[in-house]
Design a binder for this molecule. Structure first.
Ligand SMILES: [Zn+2]
Ligand SMILES: [Zn+2]
Length: 269
């Protein structure tokens, strides 16, 4: 779908998952943040992929705090080959910090399979336990790994958090909702082949629905070939609203509030 250039502006938006800490933004980070604010994005959750990028995420919240940035700390499944004593110590320390609003991203990626599966499972299980222990939400990445993901989530009974960049359908979504998790829809909800994801977006309970960009990695149509940035979350939000036959402005505020509530933020409304 194409969004008319004169579509009414949205307010109260949150990008529930972005990597503003990535080197891809080193040249123009302040401009990227300003464009997001101009697009109505009031909250941006800057997600850590390993201890170093998690530190950078927290540095950014100090530098750009007034823009509604918040940071997480975790070890991405692609990095799980590094999991071990030193990483555990770093993550314990980083995740316990007050400015860290969540543990992750963590999870399982059986699609790219860049780290050994046993390491991914061990790292994910440990971060789920850490989130429970610290009473912070967990940010979960899951690709082609639904059965193993839900099994570990159910083992970690009582864990709170979000399935980020949701890539499954309504039946799988039910299981995560039953486990108490929220669902975050990303740019892939706009792709032509994404009927199952759109069906999930259409039926997700309104108080459990979030939107995100996963920028710089995953741009929504019509920006697919470009570097993604948090301002694009407005495009994804509009596509989700269309699938739900809902007013985009109302959904933007709702999904924004869901994000701020999940991550314990008291950001602008
Ligand atoms: Zn991810
Ligand atoms: Zn991510």
């Amino acid at each position: 779908m194409t969004v008319p250039q004169d579509a009414p502006a949205l307010a109260g938006l949150a990008d529930s998952h972005c990597h503003l800490n990535a080197a891809a933004f080193d040249g123009d980070r302040a401009e990227v943040i300003a464009r997001a604010q101009a697009a109505g994005v009031e909250t941006m959750i800057v997600v850590g992929l390993d201890p170093e990028s998690s530190e950078r995420a927290m540095d950014l919240t100090r530098l750009h705090g007034s823009a509604g940035l918040a940071a997480t700390a975790g070890l991405h499944p692609h990095e799980a080959g590094r999991f071990g004593g030193a990483i555990r110590e770093s993550l314990e320390r980083l995740c316990a910090r007050e400015e860290c609003c969540a543990v992750g991203e963590t999870g399982l990626d059986w699609f790219k399979d860049w780290a050994p599966r046993d390491d991914q499972l061990e790292s994910f299980r440990w971060q789920l336990a850490l989130a429970r222990r610290l009473d912070k939400p967990v940010v979960i990445h899951s690709r082609d790994a639904h059965e193993d993901t839900i099994r570990l989530v159910e083992e970690a009974e009582g864990v709170r958090g979000v399935m980020h960049c949701f890539s499954y359908g309504p039946a799988e979504m039910e299981r995560y909702l039953d486990a108490g998790l929220s669902i975050s829809f990303s740019g892939n909800v706009t792709y032509r082949s994404a009927d199952a994801i759109r069906a999930a977006a259409a039926t997700c309970p309104a108080d459990r629905l979030l939107v995100e960009t996963d920028s710089p990695y995953l741009a929504p149509l019509p920006h697919r070939r470009e570097r993604a940035e948090p301002a694009h979350v407005a495009t994804t939000l509009r596509r989700v609203a269309e699938a739900r036959r809902e007013d985009p402005a109302a959904l933007a505020a709702r999904a924004g509030d869901n994000t701020r509530r999940l991550f314990g933020l008291t950001a602008a409304k």
